[in-house]
Write a protein that binds this ligand. Structure first.
Ligand SMILES: Cc1cc2nc3c(=O)[nH]c(=O)nc-3n(C[C@H](O)[C@H](O)[C@H](O)COP(=O)(O)OP(=O)(O)OC[C@H]3O[C@@H](n4cnc5c(N)ncnc54)[C@H](O)[C@@H]3O)c2cc1C
Length: 235
């Protein structure tokens, strides 16, 4: 675990209300894909720490990134007003929601901003050419809210072992290339036919993670040892 003071070098808008904050790393920090950091921000004179999954992969050298879903909170408004150039406190790495090829087959169920550690894991798997078969089922309200969709499309061209399935929960009619509705048993059975052979990684808003855990345990008979979760509860 390291306490670092890093320079904010760029802010990238991923989609409406979602931004990536990139910090320069002059010395690489040993970490695993999927881990998180604590970012401390001066909010109206008070030092406020919050947890954010690291959305950049350890294979992406020279910088480290987190990606936030912006809200109306004072912390979020202060973060959103930042300009590149300042020095900030980051403590890392933390967390056990990690994957470095431990299993030949894994499935990732996620929604909304819960995609952040999964971008790091899939980018790592692609860059170091892991042989593991990885499937992602990702739900978003509308196509424009599919965070990192372009990044995953680039990864998929390079890595034949990864598969992405996008489903929309807030569209009136079907959209080509997308499934329709929340992630459910039928979708897992259809898009992950070998689901019984896979470890399941789930990350997202606590309510979603809980609902999907119940679906896997009771609906699909997945053992709890095969389920690894990270829920984005406030720090
Ligand atoms: C291990 C871990 C990893 C995480 N990774 C990520 C990540 O990668 N990306 C990410 O976005 N989050 C992540 N989180 C969640 C993150 O730590 C914050 O809890 C989250 O971003 C919400 O913080 P906030 O300051 O925006 O809202 P909070 O302060 O938590 O407020 C919650 C809600 O209340 C409302 N609210 C708060 N203050 C006000 C106000 N003054 N006026 C009106 N409404 C208000 C906001 O609309 C907000 O939606 C992670 C959490 C954990 C534990």
């Amino acid at each position: 675990m390291e306490n670092l003071r890093l320079e904010l070098v760029s802010i990238i808008t991923q989609c409406a209300g979602v931004k990536t904050f990139r910090f320069r790393l002059d010395k690489e920090v040993p970490r695993k894909p999927g881990q998180y950091l604590i970012f401390t921000l001066d909010v109206n004179g008070k030092q406020v720490p919050k947890a954010f999954s690291i959305s950049s992969s350890p294979t992406e050298k020279g910088y480290i990134e987190f990606t936030k879903k912006l809200t109306d909170s004072d912390f979020s408004k202060t973060l959103d007003a930042l300009k590149p150039g300042g020095l900030f406190s980051l403590r890392l790495p933390m967390g056990k929601f990690t994957f470095e090829g431990e299993f030949p087959k894994a499935a990732f169920l996620s929604g909304g901003i819960g995609i952040t550690p999964i971008r790091s894991i899939f980018k790592y798997a692609t860059d170091i050419k892991l042989s593991s078969s990885l499937v992602l089922l990702y739900s978003a309200r509308v196509p424009e809210q599919c965070v990192f969709k372009n990044d995953f499309a680039v990864m998929q061209k390079e890595n034949k072992n990864i598969k992405m399935v996008y489903t929309l929960t807030d569209c009136k009619e079907e959209v080509p290339g997308f499934r329709f509705g929340a992630i459910n048993e039928a979708m897992v059975k259809e898009d992950v036919p070998d689901y019984k052979e896979r470890k399941f990684f789930m990350c997202g808003p606590p309510g979603m993670v809980e609902a999907m855990r119940a679906m896997l345990l009771t609906g699909l008979g997945i053992s709890k040892e095969s389920i690894i979760t990270e829920d984005f509860t406030g720090y």
